[in-house]
Design a protein around this ligand. Sequence first.
Ligand code: ADP
Length: 252
Amino acid sequence: MVCKVGKDSFGNDYIENLKQNDISTEFTYQTKDAATGAASIIVDNEGQNIIVIVAGANLLLNTEDLREAASAISRAKVMICQLEVTPATSLEALRIAHSNGVKTLFNPAPAIADLDPEFYTLSDVFCCNESEAEILTGLEVGSPTDAGKAALVLLERGCQVVIITLGAEGCVMLSQTEPVPKHIPTEKVKAVDTTGAGDSFVGALAFYLAYYSNLSLEEMLKRSNFIAAVSVQVTGTQSSYPYKKDLPLDLF
Ligand code: ADP
């Protein structure tokens, strides 16, 4: 986990949380110059959410910090990047990973319309949700068919694989080797809180890319859909993610 938090109680709690989950905090930097990033999340009766993010210290993670983390990044099996740090920092992390043959999984969240074209060519897997796909392509994405069209536009920008997640509809996948959109539906469940579903999905996918690279992409996505569907049945964001020990054995 390469990130920056403030020297405050949220930052201290976050570092403690990482440690409790056996995640290395070697590159979790603490700064006095900003408060720890925070999000205010409102969930409605259907489990849908509105999130206001104050990025705080996240925006102070810089390319200098990445130089320190570079050797750890270069030893990773998969690196996930998103846009809750500055685009310049995220891009540099992708360059480090890519030049060392580390598989890259890029989640352009929150999306920006004029994303640097290098993000696409550096993404082995480019994974976004419907609204992010709309911002990035200018197309309306309200169905699996629409998502297939948007995914094709994103694929043509140079990613190896494009995945668009569709909430209760699962996801759509597309790759340079199979450039025909494929819809992968998910479980019908009673969603109580969808906050963090996308991150749950991305985290699960990174796990399969890292440790189950013999599986087909479609199978990885079915399993990631399943894990994200578990997370939406529980309130909270990180706290709604299941541990491996609590999941069915046939996922592994
Ligand atoms: P984000 O959280 O980024 O908005 P999505 O809403 O597209 O992302 O959800 C990501 C994934 O979580 C989906 O592809 C699906 O696997 C799962 N998911 C989300 N909402 C539901 C739901 N209501 N029922 C079942 N699975 C869901």
